[in-house]
Write a protein of this length. Structure first.
Length: 402
């Protein structure tokens, strides 16, 4: 069966980020620290009482309302003359080309490369470090202008990145880090994701739907820096916007354990804490294993799911509640086509020796039962985010406006 995993896991290192959150989720923060590398870990609930107030429902609902609106093109940076780069080659290396998350991104990168008169090479691989090394060697030998990594830890191919840059090849990481979070200095640049924003909205949704009484199970995969970013954002949101009415329980499941570990972890958490009423996985593909766990406990009527990415099979759950007993209620989606155009835009800026685009990050649109049909029937990646104004927007920035 085709895996719905968002990322390939091989070659990854555990992340660590602890916030000074007081008594909100001390144990939960330990779960996010990477202490549990290579194994699943669960911690008990902690009351969100550090602030000593109730939920700020007016603020929560206003933020959710704003996030349901169509997205508009945000100019990533100053215009520049991309015509000077015509004929250059961009080497695209996702962490695993079989991962369905990367398919529309690669398609969009090809579309953007065509618009900018670039050549795009996508290196097929199955997510092993040895293949990534081979891909880097190939890019260097072909004297490409830029290498775009997708979901690959730079540390595991550091010697190859250094060699590429010694050959005046820029190396960019696409959609792996949150803007403002320290990124590996070995990279020439990054295209950022809106991970913290998505997590904030997931927490807001649970707060709103429970009127400030969300008892939440957060499921992370702390092999990825953006998972830790999302956990931290949710913890912060529950503290500042929910207060004493909310509790947080955390489970860390590395991707190698998703198929075998997530469902029993959910069942165990629901047994030990029957007050749990929302499950918030950092990646929506985890829902494939969460939904059966909730169903197995007979909790479909009281436990709901909100997540992030906008993966079609998860949006289908929302569109057709009979497919999952109505468990998945919301997905904070991001336009994967825009991610591809941003990657090309940033790589050209770096090849030209320009500063990285300061606003090169994705935006989020919430999909729930009120608007999920905008994503198609059945849902499709990249659909439902509003007019594709980013295409003409980028072409104008590059000097290729028709």
């Amino acid at each position: 069966m085709q895996s719905h995993c968002r990322r390939a896991a091989k070659g990854r290192l555990k992340g660590s980020s602890l916030l000074g959150m007081g008594s909100l989720a001390v144990a939960g923060l330990l779960a996010a620290s990477g202490t549990f590398a290579g194994a699943s870990s669960t911690v008990g609930p902690k009351a969100a009482h550090a602030t000593g107030h109730g939920a700020n429902l007016a603020l929560v609902k206003s933020q959710l309302a704003a996030a349901t609106k169509p997205l508009s093109f945000i100019v990533p940076g100053p215009a520049f003359n991309a015509k000077k780069l015509a004929g250059k080659t961009v080497f695209n290396m996702p962490s695993d080309t079989a991962d369905p998350f990367y398919t529309p991104i690669t398609q969009a990168m090809q579309q953007a490369a065509n618009a900018a008169h670039l050549k795009l090479i996508t290196f097929a691989n199955q997510g092993t470090t040895s293949e990534w090394v081979q891909g880097m060697d190939q890019a260097i030998s072909q004297h490409v202008g830029a290498i775009v990594l997708g979901g690959i830890d730079p540390a595991v191919i550091a010697p190859q990145i250094k060699e590429a840059e010694a050959h005046h090849i820029v190396v960019e990481e696409s959609h792996e880090y949150q803007k403002g979070v320290k990124t590996p200095s070995i990279l020439s640049g990054n295209s950022f994701g809106a991970f913290a924003q998505a997590a904030h909205l997931m927490a807001d949704y649970a707060i709103a739907k429970t009127s400030g009484h969300a008892h939440v199970l957060i499921i992370t995969d702390n092999a990825y820096p953006n998972s830790v970013t999302m956990y931290d954002s949710m913890v912060s949101t529950f503290k500042s916007e929910c207060g004493s009415g909310c509790t947080v329980t955390a489970v860390n499941e590395p991707i190698t354990n998703w198929a075998s570990g997530i469902q029993p972890a959910v069942e165990s958490a629901l047994t030990s804490n029957p007050n749990i009423n929302w499950v918030l996985p950092v990646y929506d593909s985890m829902s494939e294993y969460i939904v059966p766990g909730i169903e197995a406990k007979g909790a479909a009527s009281k436990v709901s799911v909100a997540s992030f990415n906008g993966t079609p099979f998860v949006l289908k759950y929302i569109e057709d509640p009979s497919s999952d007993q109505g468990i998945v209620k919301m997905d904070a989606g991001e336009n994967t086509a825009l991610i591809g155009w941003q990657a090309i835009d940033q790589s050209m800026r770096l090849m030209e020796g320009l500063p990285a685009a300061p606003n090169d990050t994705t935006a989020i649109r919430i999909f729930d039962g009120s608007n999920v049909r905008l994503t198609g029937t059945p849902p499709a990646l990249g659909k439902g985010y509003g007019p594709a104004s980013y295409i003409t927007g980028f072409e104008k920035l590059w000097g290729y406006a028709k």
